[in-house]
Every structure is written in C-alpha cells, then in structure tokens.
Design a protein around this ligand. Structure first.
Ligand code: ZN
Length: 147
C-alpha cells in the first residue's frame, strides 16, 4: 500500500506542476466559476460542447495544489467524453475521495489517474478542494448554452 500512496502523491504533484489543458478556451459554449471559501480555491472552467459530447474543456485557477491537480485530472479525463458519461465518472471520484481506492487493485488504479484522489481521503479538509472542479462542472452544464 505504501507504494500505491507514493504513486498517488507523484500523480498529484505532477498535475499540480504541469496542469493539463490549462488556459482560456476559445470558442466555448459553457463556462462557470467555482469558489471554495474554506481553502480560498478559485477556478474557472470553459467547455466546448457539441452533439452531447465534450469537444474540449480547459481551466484556469488560483487555488491550492490538491484543487489544481484534481481539476487538471478532471479536464484530462473529460476530453471527448459524452455528457452521459460524466455521472459515473463523478461517482467514481466521490468513491475515491471517501477512501474507496483501497479496495481497487493496483492495475485499476493505474488505469485512471483519478484514482490518485483516494490519497486525499486521508485529509478530510482537503476533500472539498478536490470536489470543487466537479461542482463547477455541474454548474457550467446546468447553466445551458452560452449565447
Ligand atoms: Zn484547496
């Protein structure tokens, strides 16, 4: 288990240092800002959705390492995904954040970098930081098409 924790930490640190799909997306159809007052995390998501599929999603942030890594991993996982796939991905992330990653074998954990979030479950104060991008995504999509 120690090795797995190390791997999780490496993945999170890597996404924090080299965030994927970072910067303002143009053009975009959906956007939302997220704010976590407990930590002070601020993020902005922009998506380009067409044919019920995420064509592209990017973010900008002024937030802590966990929030930035979680957002980077989320946008990385969502490129090209159908909107209907989001629900199950988010459920998976919530499971990881509740420490569900422990029952998942190493092979599966490597299959998705999102599994690294199960390392965050040991720090309850940080779980909200990791959830912020998913809440912001929901907000952006519920808002409907931008004009
Ligand atoms: Zn934070």
């Amino acid at each position: 288990m120690a090795d797995l924790q190390e791997l999780y930490q490496t993945i999170i640190m890597d996404h924090n240092k080299r965030p994927r799909h970072y910067g303002p997306l143009e053009p975009f159809t959906h956007r939302a800002e997220g704010y976590n007052p407990i930590c002070g995390d601020k993020i902005e998501l922009r998506l380009n959705v067409a044919g019920k599929q995420i064509q592209a999603i990017q973010f900008e942030s002024a937030c802590c390492a966990i929030c930035k890594a979680s957002t980077s991993m989320m946008v990385d996982a969502l490129q090209g995904k159908a909107l209907e796939e989001i629900g199950s991905l988010r459920q998976q992330v919530d499971q990881y954040l509740q420490g569900g990653g422990e029952e998942i074998g190493d092979a599966d954990a490597l299959d998705s970098e999102l599994a690294a979030l199960s390392g965050v479950s040991k720090f309850p104060a940080r779980v909200k930081c990791a959830q912020l991008p998913w809440q912001t995504l929901e907000k952006a999509l519920n808002r409907g098409e931008a004009d």
